[in-house]
Design a protein around this ligand. Structure first.
Ligand SMILES: [Zn+2]
Length: 318
């Protein structure tokens, strides 16, 4: 068994809305370059398994998304015209296949963990946390996190999930689609909804019905740096330590890092390292699966890649 599986292959570059759009293939290309330099060219691959991208079968996407919505994406994928939402997420030719690759690769990463080929895994293109069951939103077409949770429940009867999201944006597509699910524990750290898309994720939202107390939003004011983040770290830690999950998912978006062009936070990649290390240590101590980390957002390619490399480095630690 190798320690970390990293999804690596050209199919993940296909999820790209054009070079003038923040979500374009240069993000992943840059990450691959840094990854190659840090690990492949430095002969530090002993504990890393490269995972080839895999396309998800449509039936798997239906585990989370409605058939009507999947059909809508398929149609738009042929014409390549118009928007999939209200203006953030344009259609392009092949968007259905590109999005299916993101989902399939996240699932393949989980399969590699379950089969025991790797202990932890990372899909840089995964973490499309804004897509809802019936719609696209905020650069996200298919929600690979939502599909993954439904898939692991159906195929492996994995019941209880811990989802940690440090992307600058609130992960509304995961948060609200599982809001009344007591077995999906969520801690979502993000910029104040008053100053950033999608405008949701207040601290008084804690789940509903029998799921009260299984959700936690951590709101950071615009301009927040590491000092502010670490003031909230104990609260995050407490929530995680009491979660008793079967499987851990980390959405390690890089857009909360200083220098991101579309958000207003100023964290450093140390946050990525510390959160990944905490989740890894916790998973080891309780004997659950994961963490499986997903790249999420991040539109300054340099800082985003640093954050992601730090996630891999934390997983590689003894
Ligand atoms: Zn984001």
């Amino acid at each position: 068994m190798k320690k970390v599986g990293v999804a690596y292959g050209d199919a993940l570059l296909e999820y790209s809305f054009g070079i003038d759009h923040p979500m374009n293939f240069y993000r992943i290309k840059h990450f691959y370059k840094v990854f190659e330099k840090t690990f492949i060219e430095s002969s530090k691959m002993d504990e890393i398994l490269l995972i080839q991208p895999v396309i998800a079968d449509e039936s798997i996407i239906h585990l989370f998304h409605t058939k009507e919505y999947v059909d809508f994406v398929k149609k738009a994928s042929v014409s390549g015209y118009g928007y999939l939402d209200y203006g953030d997420t344009p259609a392009f030719k092949g968007v259905f296949e590109a999005s299916s690759y993101v989902v399939g690769t996240t699932i393949e990463c989980a399969e590699q963990i379950i089969k025991g080929n790797v202990r932890f895994a990372f899909n840089p293109m995964g973490g499309l946390h804004h897509a809802r069951r019936d719609s696209a939103a905020g650069f996200c077409v298919f929600n690979d996190i939502g599909v993954l949770i439904e898939y692991l429940r159906k195929k492996y009867s994995i019941k209880r999930f811990l989802y940690v999201d440090v992307d600058a944006h609130h992960g509304d597509g995961v948060f609200y689609e599982f809001y009344n699910d007591k077995d999906v524990l969520i801690v979502d750290v993000h910029e104040n909804p008053r100053t950033l898309y999608p405008g949701t994720g207040y601290e008084d939202e804690v789940g509903e019905g029998e799921a009260v107390g299984t959700k936690m939003n951590i709101v950071l004011a615009a301009g927040s740096d590491d000092t502010i983040f670490y003031k909230k770290f104990d609260k995050i830690k407490d929530f995680i330590m009491n979660s008793s999950p079967d499987f851990i998912i980390l959405q390690s978006g890089g857009d909360a890092l200083k220098g991101d062009p579309i958000t207003h936070l100023r964290l450093t990649p140390k946050v990525h390292y510390d959160v990944a290390l905490l989740l890894k240590e916790y998973a080891k101590s309780v004997g659950c699966l994961g963490p499986l980390a997903l790249g999420g957002g991040g539109y300054n390619n340099i800082s985003t890649s640093q954050g992601w490399i730090n996630v891999i480095n934390a997983f590689l630690q003894d």
